[in-house]
Design a protein around this ligand. Sequence first.
Ligand code: NI
Length: 163
Amino acid sequence: MAIRKVREDGDDVLRKVCKPVEKLTDRLQTLIDDMFDTMYEANGVGLAAPQVGILKRIVVIDIDDGDAYTLINPHIVSMDGEQIGDEGCLSLPGLVGTVARPEHVVCEAYDRNMEKYTIDAHGLLARAICHELDHLDGILYKDLAVDGLRRVEREEIDEEDEE
Ligand code: NI
């Protein structure tokens, strides 16, 4: 269990396409533990492996709905609807921007036992999944923000959800 350094915008690692996980090694289990620790420490609701410098298709999400999700090799199988709202990112501290996302996504992924599962996600969870999966392909929410980014006060960010 350890806090890892979160890479910030401008770091090339955030713009790379991550590789699928073929075998879940002890080292990757430790990475996942550290990703949760790092996310919780920063009051984030999601974190993708490239944000801690590891180019693997691994995401952790906890939007405080009672579930903590580990998504390995995730992909979205269907999406519908639209939601428009503010997003932040631990790799772009102090900023938010407005991004349109699907209201509903169905996502398939592998869990920490490399068992396949499906998440049927609405609202914030759907937004978090889209945001984190984008990280695995080198996409940052600022690329999608409709009106650019706004600087926010720290207290406000704590109420927003950084991913
Ligand atoms: Ni992010």
